[in-house]
Design a protein around this ligand. Structure first.
Ligand code: C2E
Ligand code: CA
Ligand code: CA
Ligand code: CA
Length: 276
């Protein structure tokens, strides 16, 4: 048992070394990856449940690493946050998303969709986010109301007073602010009364189980009712089946996105969807 324990320890330690090494490599390679053209944005369409119209798109980062292949944002965003790389990367993503969206047009000439950009906790804490947003908007020419920013509930939670002041400044410039992954934090619904946001995005873990788990359905229904009573829009993410779509529509949820409606896609493909 002693030997096995020792071997086990050695194996474990080597696996840990490898994980640390990989992290160090990713952090190293991440610096300059945007400039080398390895990182791009894809767009996932957002639909209005009332009439099925495509009303927006969420910008999502994609990294095609030259030797490691595709590295998902769930791996590199975390490293980018902790190393501070997100400051530049996030700024590039915001800029590119606004440039892309400023060129979107509809076949019928009506108002083009909004673009929704994820903002990390660190970007919010940096304090100069309102200035960065104003600069990027004027450089791209995107009408401010067509930019939406997604902040996680936990990012806003840290210092509620400071976050509220920042969000108010951003909204005064024109962009809408969404609380992402809503329902997973500890803030609960009462939080919504104190933090100035335009919408909440119900976390996909609740949508996934909604038709099987009565608690998840009750929570989703409660979020819709509470948000609407405060004049806040509700979006559901991770809609993978028609049944979920129909249920969300029945419960009065405003917007939805998910694989059933459209996977994250190349900008060109989104443009094609808009023209038809
Ligand atoms: P998120 O903001 O919650 O983004 C939604 C994630 O759910 C995306 O994963 C999307 O591809 C995935 N998704 C969409 N529809 C479905 C569905 O029907 N089923 C399932 N199972 N998943 C679905 P992705 O692109 O891997 O992004 C993961 C996370 O990385 C994002 O979570 C976001 O937190 C972060 N992220 C992505 N791009 C950026 C960025 O530009 N800036 C920052 N700060 N974070 C980003
Ligand atoms: Ca998001
Ligand atoms: Ca989310
Ligand atoms: Ca559940």
């Amino acid at each position: 048992a002693k030997v096995a324990g020792k071997n086990c320890y050695r194996f474990y330690s080597r696996a840990m070394d490898q994980a640390v090494e990989r992290r160090v490599q990713i952090e190293h390679d991440l610096r300059g990856a945007w400039e080398r053209g390895e990182i791009s944005l894809c767009y996932q369409p957002v639909y209005a449940l009332a009439d099925g119209r495509l009303v927006g798109a969420e910008a999502l980062l994609r990294w095609a690493h030259p030797t490691l292949g595709n590295i998902p944002p769930s791996v590199f965003i975390d490293i980018a946050e902790q190393s501070g790389i997100i400051d530049r990367l996030g700024r590039h993503a915001l800029q590119r998303a606004c440039e892309d969206a400023s060129r979107w047009q509809r076949g019928d000439g009506s108002e083009p969709p909004f673009v929704s950009v994820n903002i990390s906790a660190r970007q919010l804490r940096s304090g100069d986010l309102p200035e960065a947003v104003a600069e990027v908007l004027s450089a791209s020419g995107l009408p401010p109301q067509r930019l939406h920013l997604e902040l996680t509930e936990t990012a806003v939670l840290g210092d509620e007073a400071q976050a509220s002041a920042l969000l108010a400044r951003i909204r005064s410039i024109g962009p809408k602010v969404w609380l992402d992954d809503f329902g997973t934090g500890f803030s609960g619904l009462s939080h919504l009364r104190r933090v100035p946001v335009d919408g909440v995005k119900i976390d996909r873990s609740f949508i996934a189980d909604m038709l099987r788990d009565p608690d998840d359905l009750a929570l989703t229904t409660a979020i819709v009712a509470m948000a609407h009573s405060l004049g806040i829009t509700v979006i559901a993410e991770g809609v993978e089946h028609e049944g979920q779509y129909a249920m969300l529509r029945e419960r009065g949820c405003d917007l939805a996105q998910g694989y059933w409606l459209g996977r994250p896609m190349h900008g060109h493909e989104l443009t094609r969807r808009l023209s038809t």
